[in-house]
Design a protein around this ligand. Sequence first.
Ligand SMILES: Cc1cc2nc3c(=O)[nH]c(=O)nc-3n(C[C@H](O)[C@H](O)[C@H](O)COP(=O)(O)OP(=O)(O)OC[C@H]3O[C@@H](n4cnc5c(N)ncnc54)[C@H](O)[C@@H]3O)c2cc1C
Length: 517
Amino acid sequence: MNFERGFDYIIVGAGAAGCVIAYRLIKNLGCSVLLLEAGNPDNNPAIHNTDMQSMTSLWGSNADWGYSTEPEPGLGDRRISIAQGKVLGGGTSINAMMYIRGNRRDYDRWKFLGNEGWSYQEVLPYLKKSEDYEGGASAYRGVGGPLHVVNYHNPAPVSQAFVSAAMELGYAGDGWDCNGEQQENGAFFYQSTRTQDNQRCSTAVAFLKPILGHPNLTVATNALVTRLLFANQQVVGVEYLQDGKLQQVKAESEVILSCGAFESPKLLMLSGIGPAEHLQAHGIPLVVDLPGVGKNLQDHLLFGVGYRCKQEQPLPNLLSEAGLFVYTSNDIDDTSIASPDLQFFFGPVQFLEPQYLVDGPGFTFAPILVQPQSRGTVSLRSNNPNDLAVVRANYLQSDADLDVLIRGIELSRELANTRAFDEFRGEELAPGVSVTSKSELSNYIRQVASTVWHPVGTCKMGIDPDAVVNPQLQVYGVERLRVVDASIMPTITSGNTNAPTIAIGEKAADDLIIATR
Ligand SMILES: Cc1cc2nc3c(=O)[nH]c(=O)nc-3n(C[C@H](O)[C@H](O)[C@H](O)COP(=O)(O)OP(=O)(O)OC[C@H]3O[C@@H](n4cnc5c(N)ncnc54)[C@H](O)[C@@H]3O)c2cc1C
Protein backbone atom coordinates (compact mmCIF):
# COMPACT_ATOMS: atom_id res chain seq x y z
CA MET A 1 0.00 0.00 0.00
CA ASN A 2 1.13 3.45 -0.83
CA PHE A 3 -0.61 5.86 1.54
CA GLU A 4 -0.40 9.52 0.58
CA ARG A 5 -1.85 10.75 3.89
CA GLY A 6 -3.41 9.47 7.10
CA PHE A 7 -6.46 10.54 9.10
CA ASP A 8 -8.01 9.23 12.30
CA TYR A 9 -11.41 8.71 10.68
CA ILE A 10 -12.37 8.43 7.04
CA ILE A 11 -16.05 8.96 6.25
CA VAL A 12 -17.17 7.85 2.79
CA GLY A 13 -20.22 9.77 1.56
CA ALA A 14 -21.36 13.26 2.60
CA GLY A 15 -25.10 12.54 2.64
CA ALA A 16 -27.74 12.48 5.36
CA ALA A 17 -25.69 10.40 7.79
CA GLY A 18 -22.13 11.23 6.66
CA CYS A 19 -22.38 14.99 7.32
CA VAL A 20 -23.83 14.39 10.78
CA ILE A 21 -20.97 12.09 11.78
CA ALA A 22 -18.35 14.53 10.47
CA TYR A 23 -19.93 17.35 12.48
CA ARG A 24 -20.10 15.41 15.75
CA LEU A 25 -16.57 13.99 15.46
CA ILE A 26 -15.08 17.40 14.70
CA LYS A 27 -17.05 19.08 17.49
CA ASN A 28 -16.34 16.43 20.12
CA LEU A 29 -13.02 14.75 19.40
CA GLY A 30 -9.69 16.39 18.71
CA CYS A 31 -9.22 13.98 15.81
CA SER A 32 -8.58 14.37 12.09
CA VAL A 33 -11.42 13.51 9.72
CA LEU A 34 -11.42 12.99 5.95
CA LEU A 35 -14.84 13.20 4.31
CA LEU A 36 -14.87 11.80 0.76
CA GLU A 37 -17.80 12.60 -1.54
CA ALA A 38 -18.24 11.26 -5.07
CA GLY A 39 -20.36 14.24 -6.17
CA ASN A 40 -19.78 17.97 -6.59
CA PRO A 41 -19.94 20.77 -4.02
CA ASP A 42 -23.52 21.99 -3.50
CA ASN A 43 -23.07 25.30 -5.34
CA ASN A 44 -25.92 24.91 -7.84
CA PRO A 45 -28.53 27.53 -6.70
CA ALA A 46 -31.37 25.10 -7.57
CA ILE A 47 -30.22 22.93 -4.65
CA HIS A 48 -30.93 25.71 -2.19
CA ASN A 49 -34.12 27.18 -3.67
CA THR A 50 -37.25 25.61 -2.25
CA ASP A 51 -39.69 26.06 -5.16
CA MET A 52 -40.95 22.83 -6.71
CA GLN A 53 -39.41 23.57 -10.12
CA SER A 54 -35.89 23.94 -8.72
CA MET A 55 -36.31 20.73 -6.78
CA THR A 56 -37.51 18.63 -9.71
CA SER A 57 -34.76 20.07 -11.95
CA LEU A 58 -32.23 18.24 -9.76
CA TRP A 59 -33.59 14.78 -10.53
CA GLY A 60 -31.68 13.43 -13.50
CA SER A 61 -29.08 16.23 -13.18
CA ASN A 62 -25.41 15.66 -12.34
CA ALA A 63 -26.42 15.82 -8.66
CA ASP A 64 -28.22 12.48 -9.13
CA TRP A 65 -26.56 9.06 -9.55
CA GLY A 66 -29.14 8.18 -12.23
CA TYR A 67 -30.32 4.87 -10.85
CA SER A 68 -33.18 2.85 -12.36
CA THR A 69 -34.37 -0.57 -11.35
CA GLU A 70 -34.32 -3.57 -13.65
CA PRO A 71 -37.74 -4.20 -15.26
CA GLU A 72 -40.08 -4.73 -12.30
CA PRO A 73 -42.40 -7.73 -12.80
CA GLY A 74 -44.90 -6.38 -10.22
CA LEU A 75 -45.13 -3.05 -12.07
CA GLY A 76 -45.77 -4.25 -15.60
CA ASP A 77 -42.05 -4.72 -16.28
CA ARG A 78 -41.43 -0.99 -16.03
CA ARG A 79 -37.98 0.25 -15.00
CA ILE A 80 -38.49 2.67 -12.11
CA SER A 81 -36.03 5.52 -11.96
CA ILE A 82 -34.88 6.26 -8.40
CA ALA A 83 -33.02 9.54 -7.98
CA GLN A 84 -30.19 9.36 -5.40
CA GLY A 85 -28.15 12.39 -4.40
CA LYS A 86 -24.57 12.63 -5.70
CA VAL A 87 -23.45 15.94 -4.26
CA LEU A 88 -22.50 17.37 -0.87
CA GLY A 89 -25.56 16.65 1.25
CA GLY A 90 -26.40 13.50 -0.74
CA GLY A 91 -30.14 12.83 -0.79
CA THR A 92 -30.78 15.79 1.48
CA SER A 93 -29.61 18.19 -1.26
CA ILE A 94 -32.14 16.89 -3.80
CA ASN A 95 -34.95 15.47 -1.68
CA ALA A 96 -38.48 16.75 -1.17
CA MET A 97 -37.57 18.17 2.28
CA MET A 98 -40.45 16.56 4.17
CA TYR A 99 -39.57 15.87 7.80
CA ILE A 100 -41.07 12.66 9.20
CA ARG A 101 -39.48 10.71 12.02
CA GLY A 102 -41.26 7.42 11.53
CA ASN A 103 -43.45 5.60 13.99
CA ARG A 104 -42.25 4.75 17.50
CA ARG A 105 -42.99 1.07 16.71
CA ASP A 106 -40.49 1.13 13.84
CA TYR A 107 -37.68 1.50 16.34
CA ASP A 108 -39.22 -0.85 18.91
CA ARG A 109 -39.27 -3.50 16.20
CA TRP A 110 -35.56 -2.97 15.53
CA LYS A 111 -34.93 -3.64 19.21
CA PHE A 112 -37.29 -6.65 19.15
CA LEU A 113 -35.19 -8.07 16.29
CA GLY A 114 -32.18 -8.16 18.60
CA ASN A 115 -30.75 -4.68 18.14
CA GLU A 116 -29.98 -3.53 21.68
CA GLY A 117 -30.03 0.24 22.05
CA TRP A 118 -32.45 0.94 19.18
CA SER A 119 -35.86 1.12 20.90
CA TYR A 120 -37.89 4.27 20.34
CA GLN A 121 -37.07 5.55 23.83
CA GLU A 122 -33.37 5.08 23.06
CA VAL A 123 -33.48 6.70 19.59
CA LEU A 124 -35.74 9.61 20.58
CA PRO A 125 -32.89 11.62 22.18
CA TYR A 126 -31.01 11.44 18.85
CA LEU A 127 -34.06 12.53 16.85
CA LYS A 128 -34.34 15.53 19.17
CA LYS A 129 -30.62 16.25 19.29
CA SER A 130 -30.36 17.21 15.60
CA GLU A 131 -33.42 19.31 15.59
CA ASP A 132 -34.25 22.97 15.82
CA TYR A 133 -38.04 22.87 15.61
CA GLU A 134 -39.79 26.17 15.09
CA GLY A 135 -42.77 24.86 17.12
CA GLY A 136 -40.60 24.76 20.25
CA ALA A 137 -39.22 22.12 22.61
CA SER A 138 -41.28 19.40 24.26
CA ALA A 139 -40.81 15.85 25.51
CA TYR A 140 -40.75 14.84 21.84
CA ARG A 141 -39.31 17.82 19.96
CA GLY A 142 -35.89 19.43 20.06
CA VAL A 143 -34.62 22.98 19.67
CA GLY A 144 -31.09 24.33 19.27
CA GLY A 145 -29.82 21.52 17.01
CA PRO A 146 -28.32 22.18 13.57
CA LEU A 147 -31.34 20.99 11.52
CA HIS A 148 -34.06 23.64 11.25
CA VAL A 149 -37.56 22.15 10.94
CA VAL A 150 -40.58 24.30 10.09
CA ASN A 151 -44.33 23.82 10.09
CA TYR A 152 -46.35 24.16 6.89
CA HIS A 153 -47.56 27.73 6.57
CA ASN A 154 -50.70 28.67 4.64
CA PRO A 155 -51.88 25.33 3.24
CA ALA A 156 -54.30 25.56 0.30
CA PRO A 157 -58.03 25.49 1.14
CA VAL A 158 -58.39 22.03 -0.41
CA SER A 159 -55.55 20.72 1.78
CA GLN A 160 -57.35 22.10 4.82
CA ALA A 161 -60.39 20.17 3.55
CA PHE A 162 -58.26 16.99 3.64
CA VAL A 163 -57.72 17.42 7.38
CA SER A 164 -61.42 18.18 7.96
CA ALA A 165 -62.38 15.15 5.85
CA ALA A 166 -60.17 12.88 7.93
CA MET A 167 -61.81 14.26 11.07
CA GLU A 168 -65.26 13.56 9.56
CA LEU A 169 -64.15 9.94 9.17
CA GLY A 170 -63.16 9.81 12.84
CA TYR A 171 -59.43 10.52 12.72
CA ALA A 172 -57.81 13.23 14.82
CA GLY A 173 -56.60 16.49 13.24
CA ASP A 174 -56.39 20.14 14.22
CA GLY A 175 -52.74 20.80 14.96
CA TRP A 176 -51.79 17.09 14.97
CA ASP A 177 -48.01 16.68 15.20
CA CYS A 178 -47.14 13.41 13.49
CA ASN A 179 -43.59 13.84 14.82
CA GLY A 180 -44.86 14.11 18.38
CA GLU A 181 -46.29 11.67 20.89
CA GLN A 182 -48.42 9.74 18.40
CA GLN A 183 -47.90 9.55 14.65
CA GLU A 184 -50.86 7.51 13.44
CA ASN A 185 -54.57 8.24 13.05
CA GLY A 186 -54.31 12.02 12.93
CA ALA A 187 -54.32 14.24 9.82
CA PHE A 188 -51.59 16.88 9.65
CA PHE A 189 -49.66 19.30 7.47
CA TYR A 190 -46.14 18.23 6.54
CA GLN A 191 -43.18 19.78 8.33
CA SER A 192 -40.03 20.41 6.33
CA THR A 193 -36.30 21.02 6.68
CA ARG A 194 -35.69 24.68 5.74
CA THR A 195 -33.29 27.31 6.96
CA GLN A 196 -34.54 30.44 8.76
CA ASP A 197 -34.54 32.23 5.38
CA ASN A 198 -36.57 29.52 3.61
CA GLN A 199 -33.71 27.80 1.82
CA ARG A 200 -33.20 24.02 1.74
CA CYS A 201 -31.73 22.82 5.03
CA SER A 202 -29.70 19.87 3.74
CA THR A 203 -27.26 18.13 6.05
CA ALA A 204 -24.47 19.87 4.08
CA VAL A 205 -25.98 23.23 5.04
CA ALA A 206 -26.90 22.26 8.62
CA PHE A 207 -23.96 20.09 9.67
CA LEU A 208 -21.10 20.55 7.20
CA LYS A 209 -21.08 24.29 6.53
CA PRO A 210 -20.47 25.19 10.21
CA ILE A 211 -17.29 23.04 10.33
CA LEU A 212 -15.85 23.76 6.87
CA GLY A 213 -12.42 25.28 7.36
CA HIS A 214 -11.85 23.52 10.68
CA PRO A 215 -8.17 22.51 10.77
CA ASN A 216 -9.03 18.88 11.62
CA LEU A 217 -11.44 18.44 8.70
CA THR A 218 -10.55 17.65 5.10
CA VAL A 219 -13.39 17.42 2.58
CA ALA A 220 -12.72 16.03 -0.90
CA THR A 221 -15.44 16.24 -3.58
CA ASN A 222 -15.50 14.40 -6.93
CA ALA A 223 -13.74 11.67 -4.97
CA LEU A 224 -15.21 8.26 -5.78
CA VAL A 225 -14.08 5.65 -3.27
CA THR A 226 -13.30 2.52 -5.28
CA ARG A 227 -12.39 0.03 -2.55
CA LEU A 228 -11.45 -0.48 1.06
CA LEU A 229 -7.89 -1.44 1.92
CA PHE A 230 -7.15 -4.26 4.35
CA ALA A 231 -4.30 -5.63 6.41
CA ASN A 232 -5.60 -9.13 7.07
CA GLN A 233 -9.16 -8.62 8.37
CA GLN A 234 -8.53 -5.06 9.49
CA VAL A 235 -9.55 -2.06 7.39
CA VAL A 236 -6.58 0.29 7.20
CA GLY A 237 -7.68 2.80 4.59
CA VAL A 238 -9.46 3.46 1.31
CA GLU A 239 -8.61 3.98 -2.32
CA TYR A 240 -10.37 6.75 -4.23
CA LEU A 241 -10.45 8.18 -7.70
CA GLN A 242 -10.24 11.95 -8.10
CA ASP A 243 -9.40 13.86 -11.28
CA GLY A 244 -8.48 10.60 -12.99
CA LYS A 245 -5.95 9.73 -10.31
CA LEU A 246 -6.17 6.82 -7.84
CA GLN A 247 -5.06 7.73 -4.33
CA GLN A 248 -4.73 5.70 -1.15
CA VAL A 249 -5.35 7.22 2.27
CA LYS A 250 -4.83 5.66 5.67
CA ALA A 251 -7.38 5.46 8.49
CA GLU A 252 -5.70 5.32 11.88
CA SER A 253 -8.95 4.56 13.74
CA GLU A 254 -11.93 3.62 11.55
CA VAL A 255 -13.58 3.90 8.17
CA ILE A 256 -17.26 4.77 8.13
CA LEU A 257 -19.32 4.02 5.02
CA SER A 258 -22.27 6.37 4.54
CA CYS A 259 -22.87 5.90 0.82
CA GLY A 260 -26.59 5.14 0.94
CA ALA A 261 -28.62 1.99 0.26
CA PHE A 262 -27.25 1.35 -3.26
CA GLU A 263 -23.64 2.45 -3.02
CA SER A 264 -22.75 1.13 0.47
CA PRO A 265 -23.43 -2.53 -0.42
CA LYS A 266 -21.75 -1.95 -3.80
CA LEU A 267 -18.59 -0.65 -2.15
CA LEU A 268 -18.54 -3.51 0.38
CA MET A 269 -18.83 -6.03 -2.46
CA LEU A 270 -16.18 -4.31 -4.58
CA SER A 271 -13.93 -4.62 -1.52
CA GLY A 272 -14.53 -8.35 -1.04
CA ILE A 273 -17.28 -8.23 1.59
CA GLY A 274 -20.48 -9.92 0.45
CA PRO A 275 -21.97 -13.16 -0.88
CA ALA A 276 -18.96 -15.36 -1.80
CA GLU A 277 -20.40 -16.76 -5.04
CA HIS A 278 -21.42 -13.36 -6.35
CA LEU A 279 -17.98 -11.89 -5.66
CA GLN A 280 -16.31 -14.89 -7.25
CA ALA A 281 -18.46 -14.45 -10.37
CA HIS A 282 -17.03 -10.93 -10.70
CA GLY A 283 -13.46 -12.00 -9.95
CA ILE A 284 -13.27 -10.14 -6.64
CA PRO A 285 -11.04 -11.72 -3.97
CA LEU A 286 -13.10 -12.65 -0.91
CA VAL A 287 -12.43 -10.96 2.42
CA VAL A 288 -15.59 -12.00 4.27
CA ASP A 289 -18.49 -14.12 3.07
CA LEU A 290 -21.46 -12.01 4.19
CA PRO A 291 -24.51 -13.30 2.33
CA GLY A 292 -26.77 -10.45 3.49
CA VAL A 293 -24.89 -7.66 1.67
CA GLY A 294 -27.29 -6.22 -0.92
CA LYS A 295 -30.29 -8.24 0.27
CA ASN A 296 -33.34 -6.96 2.17
CA LEU A 297 -33.91 -3.90 -0.08
CA GLN A 298 -37.12 -2.11 0.90
CA ASP A 299 -38.66 1.01 -0.59
CA HIS A 300 -41.91 2.96 -0.44
CA LEU A 301 -44.30 3.02 -3.41
CA LEU A 302 -46.84 5.71 -4.26
CA PHE A 303 -49.41 6.54 -6.93
CA GLY A 304 -52.15 9.10 -7.42
CA VAL A 305 -55.90 9.17 -6.96
CA GLY A 306 -56.69 12.40 -8.74
CA TYR A 307 -59.63 14.77 -9.01
CA ARG A 308 -60.54 17.92 -10.82
CA CYS A 309 -61.01 20.79 -8.38
CA LYS A 310 -63.93 23.23 -8.68
CA GLN A 311 -61.74 26.09 -7.44
CA GLU A 312 -58.29 27.37 -8.35
CA GLN A 313 -55.79 26.57 -5.59
CA PRO A 314 -52.55 28.33 -4.63
CA LEU A 315 -49.36 26.51 -5.65
CA PRO A 316 -47.94 24.32 -2.87
CA ASN A 317 -44.42 24.76 -1.55
CA LEU A 318 -43.93 21.09 -0.77
CA LEU A 319 -44.65 17.99 -2.86
CA SER A 320 -47.38 17.19 -0.36
CA GLU A 321 -49.17 19.60 1.95
CA ALA A 322 -51.36 17.35 4.09
CA GLY A 323 -51.02 13.77 5.28
CA LEU A 324 -52.21 10.89 7.42
CA PHE A 325 -50.84 7.54 8.66
CA VAL A 326 -53.31 4.67 9.14
CA TYR A 327 -53.57 0.92 9.59
CA THR A 328 -55.42 -0.68 6.68
CA SER A 329 -56.24 -3.87 8.52
CA ASN A 330 -58.01 -4.52 11.79
CA ASP A 331 -56.40 -7.89 12.23
CA ILE A 332 -52.91 -6.70 12.93
CA ASP A 333 -52.50 -8.89 15.99
CA ASP A 334 -49.78 -6.99 17.78
CA THR A 335 -50.11 -3.25 17.28
CA SER A 336 -47.49 -2.86 19.98
CA ILE A 337 -44.82 -3.38 17.30
CA ALA A 338 -46.80 -3.12 14.05
CA SER A 339 -46.48 0.31 12.46
CA PRO A 340 -49.17 1.91 10.29
CA ASP A 341 -48.94 0.48 6.78
CA LEU A 342 -50.43 3.36 4.76
CA GLN A 343 -49.31 6.99 4.50
CA PHE A 344 -51.00 9.72 2.50
CA PHE A 345 -49.50 12.56 0.59
CA PHE A 346 -52.13 15.09 -0.43
CA GLY A 347 -51.61 18.13 -2.61
CA PRO A 348 -53.66 20.91 -4.29
CA VAL A 349 -52.40 19.87 -7.75
CA GLN A 350 -52.61 16.98 -10.17
CA PHE A 351 -49.46 14.95 -9.60
CA LEU A 352 -50.26 11.91 -11.69
CA GLU A 353 -48.68 10.01 -14.52
CA PRO A 354 -48.73 12.32 -17.57
CA GLN A 355 -51.48 10.41 -19.39
CA TYR A 356 -53.99 11.41 -16.73
CA LEU A 357 -53.21 15.11 -16.53
CA VAL A 358 -55.93 17.50 -17.69
CA ASP A 359 -56.05 21.28 -17.85
CA GLY A 360 -57.38 23.20 -14.89
CA PRO A 361 -57.17 22.90 -11.12
CA GLY A 362 -57.01 19.56 -9.38
CA PHE A 363 -56.08 17.78 -6.19
CA THR A 364 -54.44 14.43 -5.59
CA PHE A 365 -54.40 11.82 -2.87
CA ALA A 366 -51.24 9.73 -3.00
CA PRO A 367 -51.48 6.54 -0.95
CA ILE A 368 -48.04 5.21 0.02
CA LEU A 369 -47.16 1.65 0.99
CA VAL A 370 -45.03 2.23 4.07
CA GLN A 371 -44.56 -1.29 5.48
CA PRO A 372 -43.85 -3.33 2.33
CA GLN A 373 -43.50 -7.09 2.69
CA SER A 374 -41.68 -7.35 -0.66
CA ARG A 375 -37.87 -7.44 -0.54
CA GLY A 376 -35.43 -6.60 -3.31
CA THR A 377 -31.71 -6.84 -3.99
CA VAL A 378 -28.70 -4.74 -4.94
CA SER A 379 -25.92 -6.59 -6.74
CA LEU A 380 -22.82 -5.80 -8.78
CA ARG A 381 -23.07 -5.17 -12.51
CA SER A 382 -19.31 -5.66 -12.81
CA ASN A 383 -16.16 -5.14 -10.79
CA ASN A 384 -15.79 -1.62 -12.22
CA PRO A 385 -16.53 0.97 -9.46
CA ASN A 386 -17.86 3.40 -12.09
CA ASP A 387 -20.74 1.06 -13.00
CA LEU A 388 -24.02 1.53 -11.16
CA ALA A 389 -25.23 -1.44 -9.13
CA VAL A 390 -28.07 -3.66 -10.38
CA VAL A 391 -31.26 -2.85 -8.47
CA ARG A 392 -34.21 -5.24 -8.33
CA ALA A 393 -36.76 -3.76 -5.96
CA ASN A 394 -39.35 -6.54 -6.49
CA TYR A 395 -42.13 -4.04 -5.86
CA LEU A 396 -45.53 -5.61 -5.15
CA GLN A 397 -44.09 -9.11 -5.18
CA SER A 398 -46.26 -9.74 -2.12
CA ASP A 399 -50.07 -9.73 -2.54
CA ALA A 400 -50.38 -8.21 0.93
CA ASP A 401 -48.66 -5.08 -0.42
CA LEU A 402 -51.18 -4.75 -3.21
CA ASP A 403 -54.06 -5.10 -0.73
CA VAL A 404 -52.74 -2.15 1.27
CA LEU A 405 -52.66 0.06 -1.83
CA ILE A 406 -56.13 -1.04 -2.94
CA ARG A 407 -57.36 0.03 0.48
CA GLY A 408 -55.51 3.29 -0.20
CA ILE A 409 -57.75 3.95 -3.23
CA GLU A 410 -60.88 3.10 -1.25
CA LEU A 411 -59.89 5.38 1.59
CA SER A 412 -59.01 8.19 -0.85
CA ARG A 413 -62.53 7.92 -2.25
CA GLU A 414 -64.07 7.87 1.24
CA LEU A 415 -62.16 11.02 2.09
CA ALA A 416 -63.06 12.69 -1.21
CA ASN A 417 -66.73 11.95 -0.65
CA THR A 418 -66.98 13.68 2.74
CA ARG A 419 -68.83 16.97 3.18
CA ALA A 420 -65.50 18.72 3.66
CA PHE A 421 -64.74 18.22 -0.05
CA ASP A 422 -68.19 19.28 -1.36
CA GLU A 423 -67.02 22.72 -2.50
CA PHE A 424 -63.89 21.33 -4.20
CA ARG A 425 -64.74 17.88 -5.57
CA GLY A 426 -64.88 17.61 -9.36
CA GLU A 427 -64.61 14.53 -11.54
CA GLU A 428 -62.41 11.65 -10.39
CA LEU A 429 -59.67 11.69 -13.02
CA ALA A 430 -57.73 8.63 -11.95
CA PRO A 431 -58.23 5.79 -11.65
CA GLY A 432 -61.79 6.95 -12.61
CA VAL A 433 -65.12 6.00 -11.05
CA SER A 434 -65.63 3.04 -13.36
CA VAL A 435 -62.50 1.36 -11.97
CA THR A 436 -63.83 -0.58 -8.98
CA SER A 437 -63.11 -4.32 -9.06
CA LYS A 438 -60.06 -5.71 -7.29
CA SER A 439 -58.48 -6.71 -10.59
CA GLU A 440 -59.10 -3.29 -12.18
CA LEU A 441 -57.72 -1.48 -9.15
CA SER A 442 -54.70 -3.80 -9.08
CA ASN A 443 -54.03 -3.18 -12.77
CA TYR A 444 -54.17 0.56 -12.26
CA ILE A 445 -51.72 0.39 -9.36
CA ARG A 446 -49.31 -1.86 -11.26
CA GLN A 447 -49.44 0.52 -14.25
CA VAL A 448 -48.73 3.76 -12.41
CA ALA A 449 -47.11 3.17 -9.00
CA SER A 450 -43.61 4.53 -8.54
CA THR A 451 -40.95 5.06 -5.90
CA VAL A 452 -40.91 7.64 -3.12
CA TRP A 453 -37.06 7.41 -3.29
CA HIS A 454 -36.64 5.70 0.08
CA PRO A 455 -34.41 2.66 -0.51
CA VAL A 456 -33.11 1.14 2.74
CA GLY A 457 -32.07 -2.13 4.33
CA THR A 458 -29.28 -3.48 2.10
CA CYS A 459 -26.60 -3.68 4.85
CA LYS A 460 -29.00 -4.53 7.60
CA MET A 461 -28.25 -4.31 11.28
CA GLY A 462 -29.03 -7.45 13.23
CA ILE A 463 -27.86 -10.62 14.89
CA ASP A 464 -29.06 -13.19 12.34
CA PRO A 465 -27.00 -14.78 9.53
CA ASP A 466 -28.17 -12.19 6.97
CA ALA A 467 -27.14 -9.24 9.13
CA VAL A 468 -24.26 -7.15 7.76
CA VAL A 469 -23.61 -4.94 10.79
CA ASN A 470 -24.07 -5.46 14.52
CA PRO A 471 -26.09 -3.03 16.67
CA GLN A 472 -23.01 -0.77 16.94
CA LEU A 473 -23.05 -0.75 13.12
CA GLN A 474 -19.71 -2.55 12.89
CA VAL A 475 -19.39 -4.82 9.86
CA TYR A 476 -19.24 -8.50 10.81
CA GLY A 477 -15.99 -10.31 10.11
CA VAL A 478 -13.67 -7.29 9.80
CA GLU A 479 -12.31 -4.71 12.20
CA ARG A 480 -12.46 -0.91 12.12
CA LEU A 481 -15.32 -0.62 9.64
CA ARG A 482 -18.86 0.64 10.18
CA VAL A 483 -21.77 1.27 7.85
CA VAL A 484 -23.85 4.23 8.97
CA ASP A 485 -26.70 5.22 6.65
CA ALA A 486 -30.18 4.19 5.50
CA SER A 487 -28.87 0.78 4.43
CA ILE A 488 -28.59 -0.43 8.03
CA MET A 489 -32.34 -0.27 8.72
CA PRO A 490 -33.51 -3.86 9.29
CA THR A 491 -37.06 -2.80 8.41
CA ILE A 492 -38.14 0.43 6.75
CA THR A 493 -39.68 3.18 8.83
CA SER A 494 -43.28 4.29 8.34
CA GLY A 495 -42.70 7.62 6.67
CA ASN A 496 -39.99 9.47 4.80
CA THR A 497 -36.52 8.24 5.64
CA ASN A 498 -34.34 11.33 6.04
CA ALA A 499 -34.96 12.10 9.73
CA PRO A 500 -34.45 8.44 10.76
CA THR A 501 -31.17 8.35 8.79
CA ILE A 502 -29.95 11.54 10.46
CA ALA A 503 -30.76 9.95 13.84
CA ILE A 504 -28.77 6.84 12.80
CA GLY A 505 -25.84 9.20 12.11
CA GLU A 506 -26.27 10.89 15.50
CA LYS A 507 -26.37 7.59 17.38
CA ALA A 508 -23.36 6.15 15.55
CA ALA A 509 -21.35 9.34 16.17
CA ASP A 510 -22.18 9.07 19.87
CA ASP A 511 -21.00 5.43 19.90
CA LEU A 512 -17.71 6.51 18.29
CA ILE A 513 -17.24 9.35 20.76
CA ILE A 514 -18.05 7.14 23.76
CA ALA A 515 -15.63 4.46 22.49
CA THR A 516 -12.72 6.92 22.67
CA ARG A 517 -13.34 7.73 26.36
C1 LIG B 1 -35.62 12.65 -4.86
C2 LIG B 1 -35.66 12.30 -3.41
C3 LIG B 1 -36.69 12.78 -2.61
C4 LIG B 1 -36.74 12.45 -1.26
N1 LIG B 1 -37.65 13.06 -0.46
C5 LIG B 1 -37.55 12.90 0.89
C6 LIG B 1 -38.35 13.68 1.77
O1 LIG B 1 -39.10 14.58 1.36
N2 LIG B 1 -38.23 13.44 3.10
C7 LIG B 1 -37.40 12.47 3.61
O2 LIG B 1 -37.40 12.26 4.82
N3 LIG B 1 -36.64 11.75 2.79
C8 LIG B 1 -36.65 11.96 1.46
N4 LIG B 1 -35.81 11.28 0.65
C9 LIG B 1 -34.94 10.24 1.24
C10 LIG B 1 -33.73 10.77 2.01
O3 LIG B 1 -33.13 11.86 1.35
C11 LIG B 1 -32.76 9.60 2.16
O4 LIG B 1 -33.38 8.60 2.95
C12 LIG B 1 -31.43 9.97 2.81
O5 LIG B 1 -30.77 10.97 2.06
C13 LIG B 1 -30.54 8.73 2.91
O6 LIG B 1 -29.36 9.10 3.53
P1 LIG B 1 -28.03 8.26 3.40
O7 LIG B 1 -27.05 8.89 4.31
O8 LIG B 1 -28.34 6.83 3.57
O9 LIG B 1 -27.57 8.41 1.87
P2 LIG B 1 -27.44 9.69 0.95
O10 LIG B 1 -28.07 10.87 1.56
O11 LIG B 1 -27.88 9.27 -0.39
O12 LIG B 1 -25.86 9.97 0.93
C14 LIG B 1 -24.92 9.11 0.36
C15 LIG B 1 -23.75 9.95 -0.13
O13 LIG B 1 -22.65 9.10 -0.39
C16 LIG B 1 -22.04 9.49 -1.61
N5 LIG B 1 -21.35 8.30 -2.15
C17 LIG B 1 -21.92 7.15 -2.56
N6 LIG B 1 -20.98 6.28 -2.96
C18 LIG B 1 -19.79 6.90 -2.82
C19 LIG B 1 -18.45 6.52 -3.08
N7 LIG B 1 -18.14 5.30 -3.55
N8 LIG B 1 -17.46 7.41 -2.82
C20 LIG B 1 -17.74 8.63 -2.31
N9 LIG B 1 -19.01 9.05 -2.05
C21 LIG B 1 -20.03 8.19 -2.30
C22 LIG B 1 -23.23 9.93 -2.45
O14 LIG B 1 -22.83 10.70 -3.56
C23 LIG B 1 -24.06 10.68 -1.43
O15 LIG B 1 -23.69 12.02 -1.32
C24 LIG B 1 -35.75 11.58 -0.71
C25 LIG B 1 -34.71 11.11 -1.50
C26 LIG B 1 -34.64 11.48 -2.83
C27 LIG B 1 -33.49 10.98 -3.64
